[in-house]
Write a protein that binds this ligand. Structure first.
Ligand code: F6P
Length: 512
């Protein structure tokens, strides 16, 4: 891609922007703030505080065409084998079609019946056990939808194999009134199965082994493993092998969300996602929110060389959204080879991080304003709160707008270098009317297609994650050593081996 005329044109254009300040761009063009925006279905993307001009946007759109983004998008949406290294399509968009494939509709119907029963008063608590895509999405979305949730159901999320997480996730719960949903596409993930076994023992202690199975449901692409675990087939819901974990929230992986908010709101959530799918498919690049966000990501990463970006929701309900986007983006974009196996040759996925505002202002914004690295920011805010404290909300949003303005414009030189704000620090503002199931679905699909846009330009496969495998294999070998099931592996390096030795010695010391 870097050899194309379109890429070269962007490189030359970027040099022309050296020394150009956002302050000057705004001063020279009073309509910049209104023009460099895109909107669909109440979702606004204001990208005028990015370090770009109309010409940049036109050149980026040409780059999207050169990368055949439209054709690649169609290929994904039409179910072609876009996940070549796993020989699969990536059909998460089929989950949220108004008229989904029959097997998806059947599963939605089964989920709806199960969720209605779970909401009927039978359970006091629902604990979702899963990790990565089988946790981050359900946990983030259920927290985000607090205002729409069943008032009497205690929704909990258990992911870490750290026993402290089991302890906190079950603290205060009555096992007799607790349902566990084990979400694992593979049903082999060691963290999830370890937690599920501990949960089963915890339930069995209270209600007896024979009745323990009644307290479990599973969501998996491997139903036979779930049944072997002892889960009733009627409570096993399908995850499709053509949906990646981090793209799976619209599938039965969203069962805990559906239980929390009910079928109607879950339907709104899917509808919000579908709206963005169609928008991404059809809107011209210069009006297309996900494509613009992705193209600006390329511009920031490859042409300016900025290695990270921050996702800062000014919404406490979205506290877990940065972690969700972190997995979506970094597991998809952390690749060094193209889909065909050749070295990619250019920088790919940036580090993604963030916290909700305004808390972050009192933690890391110092570096955003005055640090030596530039960190582009996505600010996310809502015009209407989901609570009655409008005075709080006005303050919250005033801070969002102020931060974006301060980063972009800086302040006139005061003569004191410590109090100097150079500005020219880019951000985008994503503004929606209200955090609802529909707008949450929009936001998720927005970032999914942003990631797809970037991957298409880099030529990488955003749907595999081979990079996580080596650590899993090594952990299995080392776990055998720690539990005494194997002698220390001679292939371990001296650092790892001496750490293992020290751990084993001291752990035994504590236990004794
Ligand atoms: O971290 C690797 C990964 O495979 C993620 O992609 C996935 O979301 C997570 O593990 C959980 O996998 P599973 O749903 O199979 O338990």
């Amino acid at each position: 891609m870097q050899d194309t005329a379109e890429w070269q044109a962007l490189s030359a254009h970027r040099e022309e922007l050296d020394g150009v300040h956002l302050r000057d761009l705004f001063a020279a063009d009073p309509s910049r703030g209104e023009r460099l925006c895109a909107e669909t279905d109440g979702l606004l993307l204001d990208y005028s505080k990015s370090r770009l001009t109309d010409e940049t946007v036109a050149l980026l759109a040409a780059l999207a065409d050169a990368a055949e983004l439209r054709g690649r998008t169609e290929a994904m949406l039409e179910g072609e084998l876009v996940n070549a290294t796993e020989h699969r399509p990536a059909r998460h968009t089929a989950l949220r079609q108004p008229d989904p494939p029959p097997e998806v509709q059947d599963e939605l119907d089964r989920m709806a019946a199960f969720a209605a029963d779970a909401r009927s008063g039978r359970w006091h608590a629902v604990v979702n056990i899963g990790i990565g895509g089988s946790d981050l999405g359900p946990a983030m979305a259920t927290a985000a939808m607090e205002s729409f949730a069943h008032p009497d159901l205690d929704m909990r999320f258990l992911s870490n194999v750290d026993g402290a997480h089991f302890r906190s996730a079950t603290r205060g719960l009555d096992p007799a009134r607790t349902l566990f949903i084990v979400v694992s596409k593979t049903f082999t993930t060691v963290e999830t199965l370890t937690n599920a076994r501990t949960a089963r023992a915890w339930i069995a202690d209270a209600v007896g082994t024979e009745r323990a199975g009644d307290h479990f449901a599973a969501v998996t692409a491997s139903p036979e493993r779930a049944q072997e675990f002892g889960i009733d087939p009627n409570a096993v819901f399908a995850m499709w092998d053509w949906v990646g974990g981090r793209y799976s929230l619209g599938s039965a992986a969203g069962l805990s969300l559906m239980i929390a908010v009910g079928l109607g709101e879950f339907g709104q959530f899917l509808a919000g996602m579908h709206h963005i799918d169609e928008h991404f498919r059809t809107a011209p690049w210069t009006d297309n929110l996900p494509a613009l966000l992705g193209l600006i990501g390329i511009w920031n990463r490859n042409f300016w060389g900025w290695p990270t970006y921050a996702v800062l929701p000014y919404a406490q309900e979205l506290a877990q959204f940065p972690a969700y986007i972190q997995q979506l983006d970094m597991e998809s974009s952390g690749k060094s080879v193209r889909a065909d196996g050749a070295p990619v040759g250019i920088a790919t996925g940036p580090v993604v991080w963030g916290q909700p505002g305004t808390n972050g202002q009192h933690a890391f914004h110092q570096l955003l304003h005055q640090g030596t690295d530039i960190v582009p920011v996505d600010f996310i805010g809502f015009c209407q709160p989901n609570h009655p404290h409008i005075d709080h909300h006005d303050l919250l949003m005033a801070n969002l707008f102020a931060q974006a303005e301060a980063l972009a414009l800086g302040a006139p030189d005061s003569g004191d270098p410590h109090r100097s704000f150079a500005g020219n620090r880019p951000s985008t503002v994503i503004l929606s009317d209200q955090l609802t199931p529909r707008s949450l679905g929009q936001l998720i699909a927005l970032y999914e297609h942003k990631v797809f846009t970037q991957a298409t330009i880099w030529g990488i496969n955003p749907f595999d994650q081979w990079g996580v495998e080596l650590g899993k294999t090594l952990a299995t070998t080392i776990a055998a050593q720690l539990t005494g099931a194997a002698t220390p592996s001679p292939s371990s390096d001296s650092s790892t081996q001496s750490l293992i030795n020290r751990y084993v010695e001291r752990r035994r010391g504590v236990a004794d």
